[in-house]
Design a protein around this ligand. Sequence first.
Ligand code: ADP
Length: 466
Amino acid sequence: MKFRIKATCCMITLISLFFGAGGSALISINFHTSLQQEKTTAQESYRMILNTMQIVNNMDEWTDEKDISKILEQLSAQDAFGAALQLHSQTETLYSKGKIAAHFKNLSGQTDVSHLACTIFSAPDTRYYLQLSGSFFVGREAYYLDAAYDITSIYEARTQQQELYQQIFIILVLTCAFLSYILAYFLTRPLARLSKASREIASGNYDYRSRIKSNDEVGAVSGDFDLMADHLQNSIEELKDAMERQNQFIGNFTHELKTPMTSIIGYADLLRSQALSKEDELDAANYIFSEGKRLEQLSLKLLDIFVSEHESFTLTKASPADIITNLVSHLKPVLIKENVTLQCVCEDGYCMLDTDFFGSLLVNLIENGRKALMDGGTICVYSEMTTDGCQIKVSDNGRGIPQTALSHITEAFYRVDKSRSRAQGGAGLGLTLCAEIARLHHGTIAFESKENHGTTVIVELKGGLA
Ligand code: ADP
């Protein structure tokens, strides 16, 4: 059952209970007040007769039944007297007037001279009567006077009120039911929108939002829901991107693996199936060796990336200047043989670094600079301290990177010039690893390059100051 129907039913039940009970109580109070008034009036009239009887009795010796009947006749002639009158002793009825007198109840046991007995009875004519009964003594004998007063009008008034109230009640409940439904509809409309939004999102429409603008709790829930949907959508998009990247990575990796493997298998097959000259044998062995080396490089780079992504990463207090100077002093003699001058300008200071990854970052950037210098040149490493770590710049005056390639060079297996890179032993993973190292240090990597002039790689590391 819908919530708005439930709410309407609850409201109707409550309204019915309150109005039903309230109306009944009101009619009942009204009825009892009228009955009480009628009783008071009847009692006054009755006491008048009884007092008169007692006065007459005190003045004259009560001798004759005819006298009594006469007095009662005179008294009953008055308007206020009622519907029936009866005088009786314990043994006989002395006077009786009115048809209803036959239906009097015997209240002689409940009355005495100081106390009136009272009851209500309905006669066969479907009318209601109030019976009052009192007693007085004549000599030693007790006499009882019963009087009946028609109170049907009070019962009729109550029935009329009840019927009228029933009609009012039905109109009231129907009106309230209608208004309650409208109210419940407007109150639950935001919930319906929220429910639609969750169904839309569940069915894959991640752009759908509930967008309920209200300052109440439903508005707050809607805001939270939309926020959750935003996060969910971002996570799903990130997941899709990651899957896409992963698929691309696997494709590139398989390709990178296939090329050297095909060469290795081809040359190995040549060696085992044909008798080759010493020179050709050496060529084949060299080819197998260099392709094997390439595979080794590839697996080492991949291992580094895998380690950077999955293994624990520890930042320790370190001096970038010390690490750079040390590395430069080791690489300088090797590079000088290739006509490459390696220099460094470093600012002293300490910051938080993973020294292994920092070393790997520098080696990769210097190596790329070396590969870019065809006929020798200069590679410069600069470092300076920043507010939350350090900035490293590695620049060379090599062949530079085309502008169109700049946005892709950190992608795995991306190479600007595939054949040249392959010849130089690259697999397009060096800058991927550098970008990953920068990310692990909460930093960034950026490139400034001009073709045939050189490249500067700027790495910001934000592991914090020591
Ligand atoms: P690789 O391991 O093949 O060197 P990288 O990811 O390190 O791959 O670099 C990607 C590509 O970017 C390389 O193929 C190279 O062409 C280009 N590149 C990187 N650094 C430089 C640089 N300093 N000068 C010119 N080209 C560069």
